[in-house]
Design a protein around this ligand. Structure first.
Ligand SMILES: NC(=O)c1ccc[n+]([C@@H]2O[C@H](COP(=O)([O-])OP(=O)(O)OC[C@H]3O[C@@H](n4cnc5c(N)ncnc54)[C@H](OP(=O)(O)O)[C@@H]3O)[C@@H](O)[C@H]2O)c1
Length: 261
């Protein structure tokens, strides 16, 4: 794959309905009610909270089993329930938000036909060295797509630190609304994800197919720093001590960083 040559970055999803779930997005009816989460850690629990605020029910699952999620479910209230990964996969839209090294353990059969949001990133210290990612031959989301061939993978919510994700939602047309990049090979799945993102307070920028997902992977200019009020303090900081204050990043800012690749 050539990563030096910039391909055309799409501008889809600019006409996303402000109605949120239950509305119409890019001409596609959105009737999502339940969002399933495979992974309920930093990103999973944060996005689940935003989804509940937007009126969805959430099905949360993790590796250790539903009993280990009782405190989180109690905090999130009656719209949340703890289930197994296979049960989470029955939702209208499923978020896979586990460490990359765990994607071999996902419930492949139950995820057939599903649109799956992929938040995963590659951290060699955590995930081990993966030659096809080191060489640039593949992106993390292409790897997930190969693990889940019957699902429609959309890479999104992967380039923003959970602390910032929590602070950044804004209503549609708010000048302080942030844009998140998204990549996927299926236009209908991307429209569904764009509608979900819209309903929880974000615009999206369609970067292209899953092969273009490297443009907002770990270490790229569009990765995490654009949403930090103090990017210098973010650089090199340990996850537990990352600066919490977020800064909105508009479409033009994210598009320019994506083009830089
Ligand atoms: N943290 C961030 O700000 C951030 C931002 C963007 C993207 N990401 C990416 O998003 C993914 C999740 O990150 P995170 O920070 O939320 O991770 P995390 O806090 O470590 O949470 C990981 C979650 O995945 C679950 N899990 C692990 N193996 C599983 C399996 N085999 N089946 C089902 N669930 C499993 C864990 O369950 P147990 O607790 O039971 O082990 C836990 O709920 C990672 O790839 C990360 O790189 C993170």
């Amino acid at each position: 794959m050539s990563r030096g040559n910039s391909s055309q970055v799409g501008r889809a999803a600019s006409c996303v309905s402000p109605e949120g779930n239950g509305g119409w997005v890019l001409g596609v009816a959105v009737s999502m009610k339940k969002i399933g989460f495979i992974g309920a850690g930093h990103i999973g629990s944060t996005l689940a909270r935003l989804a509940i605020d937007a009126g969805y029910e959430v099905l949360l699952s993790n590796r250790r089993g539903p009993a280990s999620l009782s405190q989180l479910v109690a905090e999130l209230g009656p719209a949340a329930s703890a289930v197994t990964p296979s049960e989470a996969a029955t939702a209208d839209l499923v978020v896979v938000t586990v460490p990359l090294h765990a994607i071999d353990q996902l419930p492949e059969a139950e995820l057939v036909g599903k649109t799956v949001i992929d938040t995963n990133n590659y951290y060699p210290d955590r995930d081990g060295r993966i030659p096809e990612l080191d060489s640039g031959e593949s992106t993390t989301s292409e790897m997930l797509q190969r693990r889940l061939p019957g699902s429609r993978i959309v890479k999104a919510f992967s380039n923003v630190v959970y602390l910032h994700l929590r602070q950044l939602p804004r209503p549609a047309n708010d000048p302080q609304r942030s844009t998140l990049p998204m990549a996927g090979d299926d236009a209908e799945a991307k429209a569904l994800v764009a509608g979900f993102a819209d309903s929880v307070g974000f615009d999206v920028l369609d970067v292209g197919g899953l092969h273009e997902g490297w443009r907002f992977e770990n270490g790229r200019p569009a990765y995490c720093l654009p949403y930090a009020a103090d990017p210098e303090a973010m650089r090199g900081s340990e996850p537990g001590s990352r600066p919490m204050e977020a800064k909105p990043a508009a479409r033009g800012v994210i598009a320019a960083l994506i083009e830089r690749g």
